[in-house]
Design a protein around this ligand. Structure first.
Ligand SMILES: Nc1ncnc2c1ncn2[C@@H]1O[C@H](COP(=O)(O)OP(=O)(O)OP(=O)(O)O)[C@@H](O)[C@H]1O
Length: 504
């Protein structure tokens, strides 16, 4: 989710009220109960509305949408359980010549959706024997080692799907409202009361993110507060636990740092460093598009982070400008690990934001970290052009365009950047840059990054193209205002439900 924003270019499904959820049966449109659409303004007076529209595709898949991850952008969590391949049937008669419908860059609308789907084993095996083929450049050679060498138990439930693959949870005693944590300065006993909540800076499906001040260290931090009732209702227990567990494991200059997490009987709490510059999304919409140099800077920091995450077998799965925060020093911090997952092989959870979803996710083929490289291609395109390469007013239209593989190119686009995007937006993931035998090195060695010293990237030695306008570390001017009176205390969950979060 995000702040200061807008709906995405496309609009998912039907409209509703912020914070609620929706269930959609694709096909005849029956079964839709929708959720939320935020209406927000971007600071630059670009007003935006999160439009939503009824979907009318003809499959029998049930989707549950989680909306309102960002102000003005709706995000959706899709749980699909009735069809082994929910989207494929819609693409049999696609028209490859169909003109790409261009988004109006003056609207700041984006719908994001995340889908969780349980598919049949038949589908899972579709791709298992894919092999790499040589591409037209050295850097693209590979053997597709990441692509699909395993089978998967398709009968997993949504929770089981993610939960089973997050077997790195440690037993710990940190599931109290206070806990002792080893810090650089020794053991600290953390309490929720240590944090003085100052202001809401973001909202999400399950709650909100607040700027707060650590009374002990006097540092500003961001507290993500998730109402357990909502997490349970939206069947996101395992995603939230994944998020916490993965965040505890990682440390990287361009990834948000989790300081502490806890719960009480109504909420889950995660405390992060506060990133006061706001979202890259806001800067991009205000600028219209970025120069090749600016895009290159942000892309490089993302490549560095993705390489790190993938080295830990973590697939991020939600790359988009809304989830990229700009720190006071101008460097990026990737946030929102709600869809990140520790992989054993492939995973079948359908998730992401429509414009950023890779073809193999749409086709329920099982996917791996290649989806992040696909999303990087979408992101670089969006930074350079101002809107994403696959656009339609409805998610199914977006999916259709993604599968068609047809991309419209701006005449004056940097040809070297275009070459990289083309190599990332390859439908066959075994030929996708980043997912071949040299992994991230192939991306790092691409000509668009030729001038970079990657150690300098990691060490934040590159000069940031944008320095956020902030006066102090706790400045909230880059975030929208949220009426604080809108927040009612979350309901306490009963003991039985509380057990779902025993290890949080
Ligand atoms: N560490 C942080 N510092 C500053 N702002 C933050 C921080 N973390 C999150 N935010 C703001 O809060 C918003 C919501 O955060 P996040 O996306 O993590 O929440 P979420 O509940 O997972 O959202 P969603 O329901 O869309 O998945 C972000 O888009 C960002 O604008």
């Amino acid at each position: 989710m995000s702040t200061a924003t807008c709906a995405r270019f496309c609009t998912p499904l039907s409209s509703g009220t912020a914070g609620s959820t929706s269930k959609l049966t694709t096909g005849n449109g029956s079964g839709n109960t929708m959720t939320s659409a935020y209406k927000k303004k971007i600071p630059s007076n670009n007003s935006t509305t999160a439009n939503t529209a009824n979907d009318s595709s003809n499959t029998e898949t049930t989707f549950t949408f989680k909306l309102g991850r960002s102000n003005g952008r709706s995000s959706s969590n899709v749980a699909s359980s009735e069809s082994s391949d929910p989207l494929e049937s819609d693409y049999s008669e696609e028209d490859p010549e169909q003109e790409q419908q261009r988004p109006d860059p003056t609207t700041n609308s984006r719908s994001s959706s995340t889908a969780t789907t349980t598919t049949s084993s038949a589908d899972h095996d579709n791709d298992v024997d894919e092999e790499d083929e040589e591409d037209d450049e050295d850097e693209e050679e590979g053997n597709g080692r990441d692509a699909d060498d395993a089978t998967h138990d398709s009968s997993e439930s949504i929770e089981e799907d993610d939960g089973n693959e997050t077997d790195d949870e440690e037993d710990d005693d940190e599931s109290e409202e206070s806990s002792s944590v080893q810090t650089a300065k020794g053991v600290r006993k953390y309490h929720l009361d240590d944090y003085q909540i100052i202001k809401t800076v973001g909202t999400g499906t399950f709650g909100r993110v607040c700027l707060c001040r650590d009374r002990i260290s006097e540092k500003y931090c961001a507290m993500k507060i998730l109402a357990m009732t909502e997490v349970i209702r939206l069947k996101q227990i395992e995603h939230v636990k994944n998020e916490r567990n993965i965040l505890r494991e990682i440390r990287h200059p361009f990834v948000i740092s989790l300081e502490w997490s806890t719960k009480d009987d109504s909420n889950l709490y995660m405390i992060f460093d506060y990133v006061c510059g706001g979202e890259l999304f806001t800067y991009l919409r205000n600028a219209g598009k970025f120069t090749s140099q600016t895009s290159n800077f942000y892309a490089a920091e993302i490549v560095s982070a993705l390489e790190y995450l993938h080295s830990l077998q973590i697939v991020y799965r939600d790359l988009k400008p809304e989830n990229l925060l700009i720190n006071r020093d101008g460097h990026l911090k990737i946030t929102d690990f709600g869809f990140a997952k520790k992989l054993r092989d492939r995973t079948w959870t359908l998730c992401g934001t429509p414009e950023y979803i890779a073809p193999e996710i749409i086709q329920s083929k099982g996917h791996n970290k290649a989806v992040d490289w696909w999303a990087l291609g979408v992101l670089i395109y969006e930074m350079l052009v101002g809107y994403p390469p696959f656009y339609d007013e409805q998610p199914f239209g977006i999916y259709e365009k993604i599968l068609s593989g047809k991309i419209e190119w701006e005449r004056h686009m940097d040809p070297i950047a275009k070459d990289l995007i083309k190599k990332l937006l390859v439908n066959d993931r075994t030929k996708r840059l980043g997912n071949m035998k040299n992994g991230a090195d192939d991306v790092k060695r691409h000509r668009w990054f030729k001038h970079l010293n990657w150690n300098d990237v990691y060490s934040k030695k590159l000069k940031p193209p944008i320095l956020p306008d902030v006066h102090h570390d706790g400045d909230t001017k880059n975030f929208d205002d949220y009426p604080e009176k809108d927040w009612k205390p979350a309901k306490a969950v009963d003991q039985r439900d509380l057990q779902y979060f025993n290890d949080f």
